[in-house]
Design a protein around this ligand. Structure first.
Ligand code: PGA
Length: 241
């Protein structure tokens, strides 16, 4: 899975980039997704209807509907054409105080609406320097993944907070250490089914480092921010997969 997270970037004119991405997939065997801002989900789903590129949301509220000004539900994303949703991104955890418990409720909402969740986890630089990276990440996996995921399709994305948008990336052994710990946790939680879950890496993935990252042990794809905004950059990553 190579998923692009456009964050709060993109207007109607950006749909052309998505169109070029869909047209440039070539013979990739990777699943490819674009998660645009909520304003573009429907139009992007229309543009990509005949392509293999999936459309995803970037967040959802646990409730299906109601008096929640400014929020979007999983049902609304699905109705607009989304098939996936990114949940628990560190920009939501840090900026909106999202806890593991809230993320788990959002995951349940996504499943209720038929969306495949991509659940993000990752440590801060302070936590890594304090030797807590594995404990923090595996704790987030345990706390953010509800039992309702049993038998369902989902991905986990390991995104070290200090690597997001900074140009910094962990070394391959550092990535592998965390991905193996996430795998062990998934197997402990979901049994053998936990082995089939794709664990994506995210944080400053670009065409020039994608091949190296994607061949690392237990890395099953990438969640890409900045480098997913331009077709040429994103296609370079997809081709490395
Ligand atoms: P970045 O963002 O690729 O711009 O570092 C990744 C993410 O936040 O998903």
């Amino acid at each position: 899975m190579i998923a692009g997270n456009w964050k709060m970037n993109g207007v109607g004119a950006s749909l052309g980039e998505a169109y070029m991405i869909a047209g440039g997939l070539g013979d990739t065997t990777a699943r490819v997704a674009i998660c645009p801002p909520a304003t573009l989900v429907q139009r992007l789903a229309e543009v990509l209807a005949d392509s293999a590129v999936l459309v995803g949301g970037q967040d959802c509220r646990p409730e299906a509907s109601g008096a929640f000004t400014g929020d979007v539900s999983a049902e609304q994303l699905a109705d607009a054409g989304a098939r996936l949703v990114v949940l628990g991104h560190s920009e939501r955890r840090a900026g909106y105080g999202e806890t593991d418990e809230l993320v788990a409720h959002k995951v349940e909402a996504a499943l209720r609406a038929g969306l495949e969740p991509i659940i993000c986890v990752g440590e801060t630089l302070e936590q890594r320097r304090g030797g807590q990276a594995l404990a923090v990440v595996t704790g987030q996996v345990r706390g953010s993944l509800p039992d309702a995921l049993k038998g369902k399709a989902f991905c986990v994305a390991y995104e070290p907070v200090w690597a997001i948008g900074t140009g910094l990336t962990p070394t391959t052994p550092e990535i592998e250490e965390v991905h193996r710990a996430i795998r062990e946790t998934l197997v402990a939680m979901f049994g053998e089914a936990g082995r089939g879950v794709a664990i994506l890496y995210g944080g400053s993935v670009k065409a020039s480092n994608a091949a190296e990252i994607l061949k690392a042990d237990e890395v099953g794809g990438a969640l890409v921010g900045g480098a997913s905004l331009k077709a040429a950059d994103f296609l370079g990553i997809i081709q490395a997969a």
